[in-house]
Design a binder for this molecule. Sequence first.
Ligand code: ASP
Length: 352
Amino acid sequence: MRKILASFLFSCLFFNCGETAPSQNSMPPFNTNEKTNNFSIIIHGGAGTILKKNMTPEKESAYKAKLEEAIRVGYIILKNGGSSLDAVEKTITIMEDSPLFNAGKGAVFTNAETNELDASIMDGKTLNAGASASTTTVKNPIKLARAIMEKSPHVMMAGRGAELFAEEQGLQIVAPDYFYTERRFNALQNIKKTEDTEVKQSNKQSFYNPDIKDSKFGTVGCAALDKHGNLAAGTSTGGMTNKRWGRVGDSPIIGAGTYANNNTCAVSSTGWGEYFIRAMVAHDISALMAYKNLSLKEAAQEVIQKKVPQLGGDGGIVAIDKDGNMVAEFNTAGMYRATMNDKGELSIGIYK
Ligand code: ASP
């Protein structure tokens, strides 16, 4: 007991716990694991029909380079004894600033030709969480999610109110057209054409057409375990191309797009948001570990390979358990992903 108390006081002195004091719970559970010095980080840049035959060597190396740049930022933070929350936020910020991914700068377009961004973050130690939905002017929504977690009494804020809060917190604000990229705009026009035809032919709600939904994915996310045994996860997205304006997906929903609990695991999801919300993907994986004693791999397979496809959805997750085991599980043709362990070993994957 004295050892645990001493190690907690040590962490507070040297890693500035005070600065990130939870504003949501006055009595956080402090599920701090025994300090292990074991740390690891895993990221994704979206799942979908990512096929080698559709990829140029230039495009492939651009994705790999950005994934590596992003994960190395988080790795260095963890290696230097920083928090998993910092690693998650900073790593996601790099991906948000890249036009390659469907988050931040590279966000996809809504049917109203706007970009509406969602993000969330969760602290596995305290179970505090922050999320923002449908913002159009906040450059890095993951920073807003963290500010909501740490600087407000709320878990989730949306739209104009969330944007005003971001301004008050001194976060970088941009004009909505900062998020314009030709590639994403053209993707919207192509999808609109296809969907119009589909709707006329089948009279179905086009958003759910399985043949074209795959070109809509590309969210980013990160899960990390730090040297102090604390898990964290975060997710950021522009949503799905041609979504109705005002639509919110799973990425900012705690328990669906993001979940972290020091007793089990940290998870970030990517895929067809409507199904990920209904399957409560991220929390379900944690719950299978907590209540059924499944390993992280078994829990992730149960949810991603059985539960989500049975409902009709697809996508994937990245996750880390409390011992640092990492899992990237997806039921699509590919998922941009990378891992780094405490030995500094890097692994990058795109296809199955
Ligand atoms: N899950 C995201 C959403 O539905 C999309 C994605 O992961 O690419 O908004």
